[in-house]
Design a protein around this ligand. Structure first.
Ligand code: ATP
Ligand code: MG
Length: 414
């Protein structure tokens, strides 16, 4: 993409109404725009990052049998009355249009998927099922001050699993744990992300959260350095301040953000909707459910909180909006050729073809944070090629024009 076509511009000044680093950097670099507290537009660069994250999650969900659907945002009160959550869920956005047509904007989708699956599950032969979606969720969060870490409208992947028995649910739950770990690894968050014991709700003793350590986090967790696991503060007393895995009492307190959460729901939602099946002997039994959530916009914010320096964002390879930032300093004819060649090879290029100073181009490039920058200038051509620099390093070097491809491919394969 040519940068002259990117309508969203970068900003030098810090937006006055933002306190959080992720929102400040993303707004300044032109990835998002704030509409109101906790509600943001994803601009072209931001949307590309979101699509990268979505692609990774989709691939991983499909590897464990996930089948994608798209459920409605607008949901009738009737369904929420079945589970009693119309009155108990504090942050539910309700649209009281009239007494007869009360609606809510979906904060989660158990109330839609459970009656949906009731139409398609009747026998043990219809189980198990694993169904997921990417959807905007709405929650009237009281403290929407953390940029895209806590939106009032935000993007989530939610997968729901349906099982005939506990063993099957338990096994699938363990698979999802591994899949989640793989997603965080692909996003280069694995070092800072901990599988964390959290409260389980009514059905199971614990649920598991995936917590990423960052000062921007709103949760407190206790890490067991031996097991590389953690415990959420909300249950540390119940666990007598010990690691539930190895009994270690030397736990480290950290601030963290919950990037994902997996839950064994059991019959919590199947019971109110009579989501049942017939077993081999023809007996009617409730379906057991699990749910597996991950916040895409929160993940994007978390990545920014972790990967940045004083000049801007430094994207991990798998989430970067473009693979290469090509900058032309008065050599548009030559740069144009390279741009076409790279695109031809399937490399994602942001090409700065704008008629502005070198200083401004470099400033924007640092802010945007694409991992590789290549600069086409009179000097680089005189020296036999193009200047190649990583966003994470200060030094640059000249590489011959016909080597660019290979350099880029090698970098992204490493
Ligand atoms: P929190 O305790 O941070 O409010 P939660 O327990 O309400 O999170 P879940 O209902 O389990 O979150 O939602 C699944 C995932 O959706 C979370 O792990 C998180 O990644 C994401 N998420 C939840 N609330 C928000 C929000 N307001 N903004 C952005 N992402 C969110
Ligand atoms: Mg919440």
């Amino acid at each position: 993409m040519k940068q002259s076509q990117l309508f969203a511009k970068t900003r030098k000044e810090t937006p006055k109404d933002e306190l959080s680093l992720n929102a400040i950097l993303l707004i300044r670099a032109g990835f998002i725009d704030k509409l109101m507290a906790g509600v943001y537009t994803f601009l072209p660069l931001g949307l590309r990052v979101m699509k990268k994250i979505e692609g990774i999650i989709r691939e991983e969900m499909e590897k464990v049998g996930g089948v994608e659907i798209f459920m409605p945002t607008l949901q009738p009160k009737f369904n929420w009355d079945q589970t009693g959550r119309w009155d108990t869920m504090d942050d539910l956005f309700k649209l009281d249009k009239s007494k007869d047509s009360e609606l809510a904007l979906g904060p989660t989708h158990e109330e839609v998927i459970s009656p949906l699956l009731k139409r398609f599950i009747s026998s043990h032969k219809d189980l198990p099922r694993y169904i997921f979606q990417f959807q905007n969720k709405f929650r009237n969060e009281k403290r929407a001050k953390s940029g895209i870490l806590r939106g009032r409208e935000f993007i989530m992947k939610d997968l729901y699993s349906f099982h005939a028995n506990q063993k099957d649910l338990d096994e699938y739950y363990e698979k999802q744990k591994e899949v989640y770990a793989r997603i965080f690894k692909r996003l280069e968050l694995e070092e800072k992300t901990y599988l964390t014991y959290a409260s389980g709700g009514s059905f199971s003793k614990y649920s598991h959260e995936f917590q990423t350590i960052t000062p921007a986090g709103e949760d407190i967790i206790y890490i067991c350095p031996k097991c590389k696991m953690a415990i959420n503060k909300e249950i540390i007393e119940d666990l007598e301040n010990k690691c539930p895995n190895c009994g270690n009492t030397n736990l480290l307190e950290e601030k963290a953000i919950e990037v994902g959460n997996i839950f064994k729901l059991g019959t919590k939602y199947s019971a109110p909707f009579q989501l049942n099946y017939q077993d081999e002997e023809g007996r009617e039994k409730p379906v057991l459910m699990g749910c597996y959530g991950i916040g895409l916009s929160r993940l994007m914010g978390t990545i920014v909180e972790i990967f940045n320096d004083s000049k801007g964002i430094i994207w991990p390879k798998s989430a970067t909006p473009f693979q290469v930032h090509l900058i032309s300093l008065g050599q548009n004819e030559e740069a144009e050729k390279i741009y076409a060649e790279l695109e031809e090879k399937g490399i994602e290029v942001l090409y700065d073809d704008r008629d502005i100073s070198a200083g401004e181009k470099f400033y924007d490039s640092d802010l945007i944070g694409i991992p590789i920058r290549v600069i086409m200038s009179k000097r680089s051509l005189e020296n036999g090629g193009i200047e190649y620099k990583l966003r994470s390093e200060d030094k640059s070097r000249i590489i011959p024009l016909n080597n660019i491809n290979k350099e880029i491919e090698t970098f992204y394969l490493a």
